[in-house]
Design a protein around this ligand. Structure first.
Ligand code: PXL
Length: 279
């Protein structure tokens, strides 16, 4: 049997438990080979550390993928996360065209914003450009904030109103994305969930809402989703497995106040592996 191989393109934040330092171990733990294309190297992520270093690797991205092309290396999916510039978005579009195997999936997590605000260094123009990348995606995984920025929609924290969520899903779908997995939906006080828009229909997966938020949970979510999907789970099942994994990551972290910068996803991997391999 030919096993699946994916490529993930995002930065390396050396410390901080996000982007490639979580994507690679999580996808590998799911039993899927992961090639990586680091778009930048930072000493830490940008959310709460001061004075971090930033080495832009944009200039290497096409050289790396051209080498793969010359070697005939292809991937069953390309999954993108945090990207540092609009040029990188352009390069990613070409790298997807050049390296995807026939039928390969474009999976775009527009990791750039949360809780109504863009991450440090991003502009509204960048957000609209990210909307173009989501527009060519087979599956995109925005949170509510990212969906709002990409579609020019006023932001509502944890919208209670189903009509608002449906409208937002319509707008992200109108960008061109074939399937949208939107995170951060809450219609009841102690439940949080994801809305999945596929083939014009919306389904929901709800889970317990924990009282704390952490950096990097979007990356844990997207990585577990990719791992489960590439192991043959449906989009709906993968969205649920990824949600439960992310809740478990938060639960295993929230009592340790010294661990403010990310989640202890390592502790939640054994259960993820069991779930992904169960039938
Ligand atoms: O988790 C998203 C992320 C990835 N990479 C970098 C970040 C962040 C979030 O702040 O700063 C560099």
């Amino acid at each position: 049997m030919k096993d699946k191989r994916i490529l993930t393109i995002q930065d390396i934040s050396c410390v901080g438990q996000c982007s490639l330092t979580v994507a690679l171990p999580i996808i590998s733990a799911c039993g899927i080979e992961a090639g990586i294309l680091p778009s930048a190297v930072l000493s830490t992520h940008t959310g709460g550390f001061k004075g971090y270093t930033f080495r832009d690797l944009s200039g290497d991205m096409l050289d790396i993928s051209n080498h793969w092309k010359s070697e005939g290396i292809q991937f069953d999916a390309v999954y993108t996360g945090y990207l540092g510039s609009m040029d990188q978005i352009t390069y990613v579009q070409k790298i997807m065209d050049d390296t995807l195997a026939p039928g390969g999936l474009r999976i775009v997590d527009p990791a750039m914003a949360d809780h109504g605000r863009l991450y440090y260094g991003f502009t509204e123009e960048f957000a609209r450009r990210m909307g173009d990348l989501c527009g060519i995606a087979d599956i995109t995984l925005p949170n509510i904030t990212e969906a709002c920025f990409m579609t020019g929609t006023p932001y509502e924290e944890e919208p209670k109103d189903e009509a608002y969520v449906e409208k937002l899903l319509d707008k992200v779908s109108a960008l061109g994305a074939k399937c949208v997995v939107m995170k951060g939906i809450s219609y009841e006080p102690d439940k949080l969930g994801v809305a999945i828009r596929q083939n014009g229909k919306t389904s929901y997966y709800f889970h317990e809402k924990l009282p704390k938020n952490f950096h990097g949970t979007g990356d844990c979510y997207a990585s577990a989703f990719v791992g489960a999907l590439m192991q043959g789970r449906s989009v709906f099942d993968a969205a649920g497995i990824a949600a439960d994994f992310t809740v478990d990551c938060i639960r295993k972290t929230m009592d340790d106040d010294s661990h403010w910068y990310g989640v202890k996803f390592e502790k939640a991997l054994p259960e993820l592996v069991r779930r992904v391999n169960r039938g």
